[in-house]
Design a protein around this ligand. Structure first.
Ligand code: NAD
Ligand code: ZN
Length: 347
């Protein structure tokens, strides 16, 4: 398991991590936003011969075309197999950078410095790397561990509010699947006033424990996918539209729908469903779509990696804080769950 370091001094911690590794050259991957907002914070820790690669930001660029550009620049800089990659950015950069590092010359080592709330609590921990392909989320990928993950809440200062809210969805998920007391604590505070540092540490603890118990997702790790089968379908469906959804916004919608399935199929109570629904709507509002869009969204659900053959296997809640997995669900049942969401009143 990778060593995860929490720090309030990202540059110092990075210097220490770099000093402890032997490598030929450092290659730093950013997107345009983390290049301007985050790179200056750690710049003093980098040596003069570092190679800098910056890509366009956003999920829309998390694909093989961007990887090709990254690999071309790495090749151009003559990086060898002892090069070390530093991924400085949100989940798009840590997922795609780790993927590029894992394939370049059959694999070079990498370090992650996650700079969004979402990537600090979730994406940069657990070794899942990859990119989207042909409109399908994370369709190409590998499992591989970074040398180190450096988590510094100081980066959140420049993060737009909508991105902070998106990351909060994964924090809520951690409470829902694994820790009722945590969820109750989150519920009692206005989301904007949360103590991010302590939530990041607690959430990383939950994610780490689950991943450690089942690194390759043959069983328990599937609970981390709660909200993601339906959530990913919506995220993919709206990806290149004007009203595209941030990952956490899509997952919040997915958690309402999959909460409904939990109520229909296993022990999740009506009262808990209402609690979950109300909370998600209050924070994330409601996503508008028409019933004509249901079939293509259902088709995307069926493409999900969490399926085995033609059966859709969902991770669903027995109760708040307790999640079960491998629950078979039919297409028509998913339709009903999405309709439940569609028919909700926002007020
Ligand atoms: P992101 O990387 O696109 O970052 C969101 C936006 O914030 C981008 O525009 C980025 O440029 C900007 N940004 C990043 N850090 C900033 C900072 N400190 N200040 C200002 N702007 C900043 O997206 P994300 O929400 O971090 O991650 C979403 C991705 O993570 C998705 O692709 C999702 O599939 C993936 N993910 C992976 C895992 C995993 O286990 N590997 C888990 C959850 C999510
Ligand atoms: Zn997620």
């Amino acid at each position: 398991m990778d060593p995860i370091i929490f720090t309030s001094e990202a540059a110092n911690t990075l210097s220490g991590a770099l000093a402890s590794l032997s490598y030929s050259r450092l290659v730093v991957l950013t997107d345009a936003n983390t290049q301007s907002n985050c790179l200056p914070t750690i710049f003093e820790a980098l040596t003069n011969d570092s190679v800098f690669i910056s890509v366009n930001p956003g999920e829309i660029n998390k694909n093989l075309e961007t990887c090709s550009k990254i690999w071309a620049e790495m090749t151009e800089a003559s990086l060898d197999r002892k090069a070390l990659m530093l991924n400085l950015g949100g989940g798009v950069i840590t997922d795609m950078g780790g993927f590029c590092a894992s394939l370049y010359k059959r694999g070079i080592r990498f370090i992650n410095i996650p700079t969004t709330l979402l990537s600090q609590v979730d994406a940069s921990v657990g070794g899942k790397l990859g990119v989207d392909f042909n409109g399908l989320k994370n369709h190409l990928g590998v499992f591989n561990e970074p040398e180190t993950v450096i988590i510094a809440p100081e980066f959140l200062k420049t993060l737009p509010q909508a991105e902070l809210r998106s990351g909060y969805a994964e924090i809520l998920k951690h409470g829902l699947i694994r820790d009722k007391a945590y969820f109750e604590k989150l519920k009692s505070e206005n989301w904007e006033n949360q103590d991010w540092e302590s939530l990041i540490m607690h959430s990383v603890g939950i994610k780490k424990a689950v991943v450690q118990a089942d690194p390759k997702e043959v069983g328990l790790r599937k609970i981390l996918n709660f909200g993601h089968t339906i959530g990913h379908a919506f995220e993919s469906y709206f990806l290149d539209s004007e009203n595209h959804l941030l990952h956490g916004e899509a997952i919040a919608l997915g958690m309402i729908c999959e909460g409904f399935l939990s109520f229909q199929k296993i022990g999740f109570s009506f009262e808990e469903l209402n609690q979950l629904t109300k909370m998600m709507l209050q924070i994330y509002g409601k996503v508008d779509f028409s019933t004509d869009q249901l079939d293509p969204i259902l088709d995307l659900c069926l493409q999900d990696k969490k399926n085995e053959g033609s059966t859709l296997l969902f991770s669903l809640l027995n109760s708040i804080g307790d999640c079960d997995y491998n629950i078979p669900i039919k297409r028509e049942e998913i339709r009903e769950a999405i309709l439940y969401y569609h028919n909700l009143k926002t007020a």
